[in-house]
Design a protein around this ligand. Structure first.
Ligand code: CA
Length: 415
């Protein structure tokens, strides 16, 4: 592993060590609150917008807007060049005079949505999660739907509702049908949940009509972030038949402030679990894009689950191949998420639905309370780490959000 310059005082065990170098967007009072692109370096944020104008002027235009959008669109050669440059600047003492004044304490910046979210897709690629849902909602039937091992199941979600970590999420109102009732009622969701997921951020676009093969995943996908797909289970269960998730999911989706480039995950790559069914050729995983990433979920500060991403059945390269096999194009800023990450053990489940087994086994918290579903004021924080070089671990930051009470006064239509 490349050693950080000594003047940085950056211990290798810090999750934002030199092997991580995730990108984000921020404002700081010290920068007149002008939006900049930043890189997390230990407990500081490096002003990459200014650093490139000083040290890499040929790429500086990619960071002028303060968002990652132009950098994402620039493609894999630009991604590699900027990462190589950052590594040099932060490891070689000769660059200290040029960058030392560009390191801002992380506590002094406000992190923003790092890129403009184009399309949002959510998959369903954890076998444990899908089987748990099947056992709860289709008892006596096969836990997995007939299609599940033949293709990565997914749906198109709502990009405009994606918010950055730290944004409060309001409890949605909607229609749901209480158990045993014939007709639905309207009101605040009483079964509000989280889903801990990994998100994949598309950089370089593809052309309409041209599928993206598994082998070209890393040319199009720039990196990963953490995702909380907030879910109102009562609204979801009444509306989903027959067209799938709608208002029970679209009221808010939280992503982490930092996007970790795929280049940081070389040591986390692994072969996904063997396919049990004979796959169509376009889904053959040839490049081993399974990922050994350990997630952790906290509810009001207490760890309630540790889902292992390594157990996911479909890889993100297979997801992208499936997403585009009909000729659908991907665009810069597209975000597609893995679906809830759940491991085989009870303490590895990625949603309250599973941790509390649909309300029948409430989750106990250290303060003596328990949860079947989220309460107003609850804070959910998802964090994750992955193996880096030489035994270090690298961080993905966090995706956090607090539940606000519902707005009960929904305007009635005039008759
Ligand atoms: Ca989901």
């Amino acid at each position: 592993m490349v050693q950080a310059a000594r003047w940085l005082r950056l211990p290798p065990e810090h999750p934002f060590n030199l092997a991580a170098l995730p990108y984000g967007s921020y404002t700081a009072a010290s920068h007149a609150n002008v939006c900049r692109v930043g890189v997390a370096v230990g407990d500081h944020v490096l002003d990459l917008t200014t650093a490139t104008s000083r040290l890499l002027p040929a790429r500086a235009h990619l960071f002028q807007s303060g968002s990652l959008d132009d950098f994402l669109a620039a493609g894999d050669l630009a991604w590699a060049q900027v990462r190589d440059s950052l590594t040099s600047w932060l490891s070689d003492d000769q660059y200290r005079p040029a960058i030392e004044d560009l390191l801002v304490p992380a506590a002094a910046v406000r992190l923003r949505l790092p890129f403009t979210v184009a399309d949002f897709v959510d998959f369903y690629t954890s076998e444990n999660h899908a089987a748990n849902a099947g056992r709860m909602f289709r008892p006596g039937a096969a836990p997995l739907p007939a299609n599940w091992k033949h293709l990565p199941v997914g749906y198109h979600g709502r990009a405009g509702s994606v918010v950055v970590s730290g944004t409060a999420v309001r409890r949605p109102c909607g229609q749901s049908r209480p158990p045993g009732a014939d007709v639905p009622t309207f009101g605040p969701s009483t079964r509000l949940d989280f889903e801990a997921e990994l998100g994949f951020v598309v950089g370089a676009h593809s052309e309409l009509g041209e599928p993206v093969p598994v082998s070209r995943f890393a040319e199009h996908v720039f990196g990963v972030c953490l995702v909380n797909d907030w879910s109102a289970r009562d609204i979801q269960s009444f509306e989903t038949v027959p067209l799938g998730p709608f208002l029970g999911k679209s009221f808010g989706t939280t992503i982490s402030s930092w996007v970790l480039p795929l280049a940081a995950l070389e040591h986390a790559r692994l072969r996904p679990p063997s396919a049990d069914a004979r796959l169509q050729g376009y889904l053959t995983e040839t490049a081993n894009w399974g990922l050994d990433i350990d997630l952790e979920i906290r509810l009001n500060g207490s760890v309630i689950s540790r889902p292992p991403y390594a157990t996911m059945y479909w890889s993100p390269a297979q997801m992208l191949a499936h997403l585009t096999v009909n000729g659908a194009a991907v665009r810069t800023g597209d975000l597609y998420a893995s679906g809830t990450v759940s491991g085989p053990e009870p303490g590895q489940r990625g949603s309250l639905l599973e941790l509390g087994w649909n309300g029948t086994e409430p989750v106990s918290l250290p303060d003596g309370t328990s949860r079947s579903w989220l309460q107003d004021g609850d804070e959910v924080t998802i964090t994750a780490t992955a193996p880096g070089p030489d035994g270090v671990r690298i961080g993905l930051g966090s995706a956090a959000g607090t539940i606000l009470p519902a707005v009960r006064e929904v305007p009635a239509g005039r008759s």
